[in-house]
Design a protein around this ligand. Structure first.
Ligand code: HMG
Ligand code: MG
Length: 284
């Protein structure tokens, strides 16, 4: 088959943001520099959120300043509001992401806003980013289950996706934030979202709490998705999603995609070195 599928590496951001122990900036830079040699086109390395909310990401500017940028790699950052966007521009992020939720409970816990308020806040962020030529990605959390509200209605995911699409997000990443989804429920959610956004502008973002992330990726592949977020070493979790385990491990996604005949275009040895580094950072 040899069809291209992209793994979007989110380890330096989603993988590390939840670590309670402060990780030295130099270690984060070393991890990104390693991952830059693996063949990823995009690596999420920074999060310009409130340092009071997520202290681990407070050094995002220093990380972006310290890395050795590889040609052809875009270094991405989360930007919840205009202040975050200004910090991302100052740090020379190559693309930014706005991040909302399909469930009210998580939206309030994670970004202190209702879904409607968050979408109002994101509009000007997306517009300002476009003005300076920065591509904007959109995330939707809790596309299957919410730690506060329970199961999510697929129609609600589709509504938020349509709004992010209308704001000009070049891609929308659909997050199973607490890793409870099943392939059947991911299929039903995607059927609703695909009514409003085509598969070429969607990505899957699976946490692996329930151990079914790889199956959920396969259900997404069957519906035409070709981009998947993953974190080396399977690190991760969201501080505002109690019980959420790590992102699906990049090395596991790589193996599964290759077994299915897809071509992720990554150097496995480098990915495994990155995974070892990431795990060592967690262990302290
Ligand atoms: P708020 O408290 O409502 O914000 O937080 P505010 O505008 O009222 O400001 C309060 C203080 O924060 C002020 O400082 C602001 O200056 C400061 P003070 O005057 O008190 O000293 N502030 C900032 N500082 C630096 N950078 C900023 C910024 N914005 C405000 N950008 C806010 C609202 C959105 C900022 C807050 O809730 C927040 O930072 N939330 C982020 C939570 C987060 O990072 N969660 C994890 C990422 S999402 C995720 O992991 C899910 C994902 O992986 C997909 C999936 O798995 O589902 C993407
Ligand atoms: Mg996540």
């Amino acid at each position: 088959m040899d069809e291209k599928v992209e793994i979007f590496e989110v380890g330096p951001r989603d993988g590390l943001q939840n670590e309670a122990r402060p990780i030295p900036t130099a270690d984060k830079i070393a991890l990104v520099d390693c991952l830059s040699k693996a063949g990823f086109a995009r690596i999420e390395v920074a999060s310009f959120v409130s340092p009071k909310w997520v202290p681990q990401m407070a050094d995002s500017g220093e990380v972006l300043a310290g890395i050795t940028r590889a040609p052809g790699v875009r270094y991405a950052a989360l930007t919840p509001n205009i202040k975050g966007l200004e910090r991302a521009i100052a740090a020379r992020a190559d693309e930014v992401a706005i991040f909302g939720s399909a469930s009210e409970g998580f939206s309030r816990a994670n970004i202190n806003a209702s879904i409607a308020e968050s979408l109002e806040r994101f509009g000007p962020v997306a517009e300002a980013a476009r003005k300076v030529g920065l591509p904007v990605r959109g995330y939707i959390s809790c596309v299957s289950d919410c730690p506060y509200d329970g199961p999510t209605d697929p129609a609600q995911v589709a509504q938020v996706a349509a709004r992010l699409d209308a704001m000009g997000c070049y891609e929308i990443s659909l997050g199973d934030t607490i890793g409870q989804a099943t392939p059947e429920r991911i299929g039903a959610m995607l059927d609703a979202v695909l009514e409003v956004v085509p598969a070429v502008r969607l990505a899957g973002h699976f946490h692996d709490t329930g151990g079914r992330a790889l199956e959920n990726i396969e259900a997404s592949l069957a519906r035409g998705l070709r981009v998947f977020d993953a974190a080396v070493g399977g690190l991760g979790g969201c501080p505002y999603a109690p019980g959420a385990a790590g992102n699906v491990a990049t090395e596991a996604v790589l193996d599964r995609l290759e077994a299915l005949g897809f071509e992720p275009g990554l150097d496995r040895d480098v990915v495994l070195s990155g995974a070892a580094m990431a795990r060592a950072m967690r262990a302290g």
